[in-house]
Write a protein that binds this ligand. Structure first.
Ligand SMILES: C[S@@+](CC[C@H](N)C(=O)[O-])C[C@H]1O[C@@H](n2cnc3c(N)ncnc32)[C@H](O)[C@@H]1O
Length: 271
């Protein structure tokens, strides 16, 4: 202030671009898990985004290596369980590099439609480019599985493969998937699950020693693959996920264990 009491203008260098309020965790924040770490709920999506931005370019190669190609069979099984016919409408939530979308497209034909969606632009771009390289131009939409920007009662089938595990509010995401399905439509959830007990020690060794090492050597990112191993352990098992789906309103919920429960395919219907 000047001696006359008038406010002086701030010097130009004092102007700072406003980029939003920083997130300051407070005691009021609910927490959730990010792998084995507890984080504020509001922080989880950004942490998951970092993981998938980091691995997007190597994602497909790593999937083949880590699963010895098995993920292709798990996905084919999921598509076989979708009950699709030509002309149907499918929504692939958290579709990433478009493995399921590309398989669904063959089932629904020219008369049908498959919408590839993902929250992460880097993953979505990989999926879109892959389809463009194959001469296809299906729509790809960047959106959050917990808040789907689609009308109610619209799709014949909704899928989420290896995506639900990464979502902060799984109940909300399942409720959204239920909302956008037509009555009679089905949800497919393909996800890592609880492995057959006798195989646990070998599976733990593989997940916590080999996976991060492969991540370090191939994707130059051990931490993201450590997160993968931890997030699998924190994800609901077969029966818990079945209950979550029923609570979200799905009927006739069933599941198939694949590769001794390393992965499970859950299926449920909107009535
Ligand atoms: C392991 S990848 C699976 C990609 C693909 N579905 C597959 O099976 O290969 C998990 C995907 O979930 C996406 N994802 C995580 N949280 C999400 C959310 N809240 N909404 C939509 N996608 C999400 C990530 O960006 C990532 O592409």
């Amino acid at each position: 202030m000047t001696p006359s009491g008038v406010l002086e203008p701030l010097p130009a260098h004092a102007l700072v671009e406003f980029t939003g309020f920083p997130h300051i965790p407070s005691a009021m924040d609910k927490t959730t898990h990010f792998g084995y770490k507890q984080v504020a709920e509001s922080e989880k999506a950004a942490k998951v985004a970092e993981v998938f931005h980091s691995v997007a370019a190597q994602y497909d190669v790593m999937n083949d290596l880590m699963s010895a190609g098995l993920h292709r069979l798990w996905k084919r099984f999921a598509v076989a369980q979708a009950g699709l016919r030509p002309g149907m409408r499918v929504l692939d939530v958290a579709g990433g590099t478009a493995d399921l979308t590309r398989l669904f497209l063959k089932e629904v034909g020219e008369a049908g439609s498959v919408l590839l969606t993902d929250i992460n632009f880097s993953m979505l771009r990989e999926g879109r480019d892959r389809m463009l390289n194959e001469g296809r131009t299906p729509p790809a939409v960047q959106c959050d599985g917990e808040r789907l920007p689609f009308p109610s009662n619209h799709f014949d089938c909704v899928s989420v493969a290896f995506g639900l595990r990464n979502m902060t509010h799984k109940d909300q995401a399942l409720a959204e998937m239920h909302r956008v399905l037509k009555p009679g439509g089905r949800l497919l959830v393909l996800e890592f699950s609880k492995v057959w007990k006798p195989l646990e020690p070998a599976y733990d060794l593989y997940s916590f020693k080999l996976l991060p090492l492969m991540g370090k050597l191939i994707a130059k990112d051990a931490a993201s693959y450590q997160y993968l191993a931890e997030s699998i352990r924190m994800h609901p098992g077969q029966e818990e996920l079945k209950t979550l789906m029923e609570t979200a309103g799905f009927a006739k919920v069933s599941y198939h264990n694949l590769t001794a429960g390393v992965v499970a395919l859950h299926k449920g219907f909107k009535v």
